[in-house]
Ligand binder design. Structure first.
Ligand SMILES: C[S@@+](CC[C@H](N)C(=O)[O-])C[C@H]1O[C@@H](n2cnc3c(N)ncnc32)[C@H](O)[C@@H]1O
Length: 497
């Protein structure tokens, strides 16, 4: 602790996050975002000001790579360019931090530093701290899987109190490949004013604490909309994806987001069959996907929900061990807010592979999910036997079409498998951080191959559905459902005759 102030509980002052459960990520050269700024002594905005491409995407310039060189002003986290602040004792809210100089709207004030820990560890520590009688909570969420704990080690940002009408906000920045949290001024703040931000979304406090911010719009409790608060209030499932990375906002407020429109550009096209499974009719694409994500199929699609019922062809089946109940969470409003705020930034596009599931193509066909009622639901994808289907069809053209699509699908699957072998060494070497260790160029190839495979599968299935529904079946061929067997991979398959 640098400041020797009487009565201040002990903690270690740090200027950089510490990583206890994983290594600090190493930024790969190909992932370094280089802007086009040049320094011009006559131009105040030169040297990475507001117009800098990196600034616009909340990415700090990497020293040695920025064209503005020593004049680059976009390394504020790295250089600890903090505003002057001072600790003071509040009434009823413990210690607080105030501005010790006039601060301009939008100014970076200080980084929220602490120990970067997993979400599970955050929950564990939070309960431990509570049991130890610690009244103040210092854990904030970094992303869906990690938190920053400033309880034992942290920066002065740990002393900033909550307000329902705050003058600061948190913003997440990509600094040398790691996401870091900064406190930024929402408005001009004059010297001597207490700094505050809204703990909503950020705060993980065990016990519910009455808010004493005094704002007329006060929500009553600290972090009333935070994940931690909601988890305490509602049953939280391990597999609940309401707060997946995509849904966590980078900014507190929508107007701060420079590229909200980019939202649709790069969501996860590798959602594989889940898009199909969402709909009862496997041929209907997810309406929620952006046009960019919907692969254009060369097969004709009958999107009518009332199309002919298939009696013995199973394209993709959801096996429910428990009936899924419609969810009606009070958090829906917050979820909508989070989704609206979700931003695709260069943070993601630089490291595209991180957002895609990388693994061998045909794997993971059977998945189990916990339902909100605590029971498990198994998703089982059955393989279609295209040759068997083709034999059922009367018309030669229809048979050939199905078989041709099957061949294309098999080729696409092999391509993906080959690519996986290229990636495997990196995955085996790094295990946990596997996806980060894959070069961007390979990840891009992977995404392309995955998309081609998805498209090939889609074309095959739509061809099957269309032909079985619209062309006559051969007489004498049994259309009774075929027996099922479990193959070596535990996947259910239709038997060939
Ligand atoms: C991150 S710490 C802030 C610094 C803290 N006041 C201290 O003395 O270390 C968060 C804790 O401060 C207190 N706190 C912050 N804002 C508050 C508010 N608006 N009303 C009541 N207590 C507050 C709560 O005890 C909360 O757990």
């Amino acid at each position: 602790m640098d400041q020797h102030i009487e009565g201040l509980p002990h903690y270690k002052d740090i200027k950089q996050n510490e990583f206890c459960y994983r290594k600090h990520k190493k930024q790969k050269e190909e992932d370094i975002a280089v802007c086009v700024c040049k320094f011009d002594a006559n131009d105040n905005d030169s040297g990475c000001g507001e117009g800098c491409l990196n600034v616009l995407t909340s990415t700090e310039c990497t020293p040695g790579y920025c064209p503005a060189g020593v004049h680059c002003r976009n390394q504020r986290f790295q250089k600890c360019e903090y505003a002057r602040t001072k600790l003071f004792n509040t009434e009823g809210r413990g210690w607080g931090l105030l501005a010790d100089e006039n601060i301009k709207s939008g100014q970076f004030i200080i980084e929220y530093c602490g120990e970067v820990i997993s979400w599970k560890e955050a929950k564990r520590r939070s309960h431990t701290y509570e049991n130890q009688g610690l009244k103040d909570a210092y854990i904030i969420s970094l992303n869906a899987s990690e938190s920053i704990d400033a309880t034992r080690k942290g920066s002065l940002a740990r002393f900033i109190n909550h307000s329902c009408c705050p003058n600061c906000e948190t913003r997440k920045w990509n600094v040398l490949g790691e996401i870091r949290v900064g406190i930024f001024a929402k408005q001009d703040i004059s010297i001597g004013t207490e700094l505050s931000y809204d703990y909503n979304f950020e705060w993980y406090g065990g016990a519910k604490v009455r808010c004493l911010c005094g704002a007329s719009s006060c929500s009553g409790f600290l972090g009333a909309k935070s994940r931690g608060f909601l988890e305490d209030t509602y049953l939280w499932e391990d597999d609940d994806d309401r707060y997946s990375v995509e849904k966590i906002p980078l900014y507190d407020s929508a107007e701060d987001e420079p590229f909200v429109k980019l939202h649709t550009v790069l969501n996860n096209p590798y959602s594989e069959f889940e898009g199909y499974l969402k709909n009862e009719n496997p041929m209907i694409l997810d309406d929620n996907l952006g046009a960019e994500q919907q692969l254009v199929s060369t097969a004709l699609i009958d999107t009518s929900k009332n199309s002919v019922q298939l009696q013995n062809i199973v394209v993709g089946e959801i096996k429910n061990e428990a009936k899924e109940e419609p969810e009606d969470h009070p958090q829906n409003t917050q979820q909508t807010f989070s989704q609206q705020n979700a931003m695709i930034s260069r943070i993601r596009s630089n490291t595209a592979c991180r957002n895609y599931r990388i693994g061998p193509g045909p794997a993971a066909k059977k998945r189990a999910r916990n339902l909100t009622n605590g029971r498990t639901k198994n998703f089982t994808l059955k393989q279609v036997d295209a040759k068997y289907v083709a034999r059922l069809l009367e018309l030669k053209e229809a048979q050939e079409e199905v078989l041709q699509y099957e061949e294309t699908k098999n080729k696409a699957t092999s391509e993906l498998d080959l690519l996986y072998n290229e990636i495997r060494p990196a995955i085996e070497e790094y295990e946990r951080d596997s996806q980060d260790s894959v070069a961007t160029s390979v990840a891009e190839k992977w995404i392309e191959a995955s998309c081609l495979k998805l498209k090939a599968e889609f074309d095959l299935y739509s061809s099957i559905v269309r032909n079985v529904a619209c062309t006559p079946l051969r007489s004498g061929v049994s259309t009774e459902p075929q027996p099922l067997e479990v193959d070596g991979d535990n996947d259910l398959k239709l038997l060939t005759n």
